[in-house]
Design a protein around this ligand. Structure first.
Ligand code: SAM
Length: 340
């Protein structure tokens, strides 16, 4: 593996997309993600400071990262999220400044959408699993559908386009809303994305037989709309179709039934400073330790050590996530502590 140049792994995959978790805390308790009582939060002292986080991102950008997605937990719970966005959007690398986007439940969007846009946020992915208030409450354990819809509208009004709506389809819970959610998005100019449920819940209750597959989602969509596959997916997780001739699109992220690991260009940095090469990785590369250990290098030497950590992390990246391997083990960290 080369010591400089693009971030390439053993399989020739060039990594350009860095997902940064700003916090493991969340304002919702989605049943497929967290138990009602939450999970033990990462100790505050282990969380990267903004200075540390921006430094790790800067070294990534200098080594070819062109897209940064902020996530969590709920990234808008970080008190200085606007400042974080401003500093990340101002980084520069061989391809210029990165595109900074955010995955969010949108509850804080009405207050933050315009400041985030002004700080350089390009676009948002917003989670919305149902349009029914009682079901939203049951699914997220919070009565916040009205606020979520207001947050989506605020992001749209602020020009954080394209607004993408993410829904995890769950059998017997919201799988009958596939068409209604798509109509909701199409009518407003948003892009609908369905996500196959993955084995990343804190309770380890995932069961493949209850997962709603891409094929089932497409069956429902094809009954209601004319779908035409959009070619040129590249490294994007979603396979995308135009709806009734476009321009509206609907996509499915079929991580389980049709994995797209061969084209993966993503790396993850957890809120406590661990680099992960895959959502499902069982190993992590510690950058917090590098930044904080007594006698840690400084200046350009520290940057070189961080760059080496990125490359060490990628050296261990596996060809696929292996969910279908009988020996598959769910990672110890739940999605909320990895950064979805
Ligand atoms: N709080 C933010 C939000 O609500 O979008 C960001 C974090 S959340 C973990 C990011 C995305 O991961 C959401 O779209 C959520 O639906 C998805 N997600 C969480 N657990 C999942 C699971 N087990 N399988 C598939 N997607 C999951």
């Amino acid at each position: 593996m080369s010591a400089d140049g693009p971030l390439v792994d053993r399989f020739g995959r060039v990594h350009r997309d860095l997902r940064i978790s700003l916090t493991d805390r969340c304002s919702l308790r989605c049943t497929y993600c967290m138990p009602a009582e939450g999970v033990p939060w990462l100790p505050g002292a282990t969380l990267l400071t903004t200075e540390e986080l921006v430094r790790v991102a800067r070294v990534g950008v200098e080594n070819g990262i062109t897209e940064i997605r902020l996530t969590g937990g709920e990234p808008l719970l970080r008190h200085d999220v606007v400042d974080v966005v401003r500093r990340l959007a101002a980084l520069t690398g061989p391809s210029g400044s990165p595109e900074v986007s955010l995955t969010t439940n949108a509850l804080r969007m009405p207050a933050l959408a315009s400041p985030l846009r002004d700080a350089g946020l390009a676009r948002v992915n917003i989670s919305l699993d149902t349009l029914d208030r009682a079901r939203f409450q049951q699914l997220t354990r919070r009565d916040k559908l009205v606020e979520t819809l207001a947050g989506i509208a605020a992001a749209d009004a602020a020009g954080l386009h394209p607004v993408k709506i993410n829904a995890v389809a769950m059998r017997g819970v919201n799988d009958h809303e596939v068409v209604a959610l798509t109509r909701f998005a199409v009518e407003r100019g948003y892009q609908m994305r369905f996500i196959e449920q993955m084995p990343l819940d804190a309770g380890h209750t995932w069961d493949r037989t209850t997962m709603v597959s891409q094929a089932e989602i497409l069956d429902q969509l094809a009954d209601a709309f004319t779908l035409t596959e959009v070619p040129g997916r590249g490294s994007a997780p979603a396979e995308v179709w135009t709806v009734d001739g476009g321009p509206a699109t609907v996509g499915v992220i079929a991580s389980v039934s049709a994995p797209f690991c061969g084209a993966c260009d993503r790396l993850r940095l957890t809120a406590d400073g661990q680099l992960r090469a895959c959502l499902f990785a069982r190993t992590e590369t510690d950058v917090r330790g590098l930044l904080r250990e007594p006698g840690a290098p400084a200046g350009a030497d520290l940057d070189a050590a961080i760059a080496a950590a990125y490359r060490r992390c990628l050296a261990g990246k596996r060809p696929g996530h292996d969910i279908d391997d009988p020996a598959f083990l769910q990672p110890d960290r739940p999605m909320s502590a990895i950064g979805g």
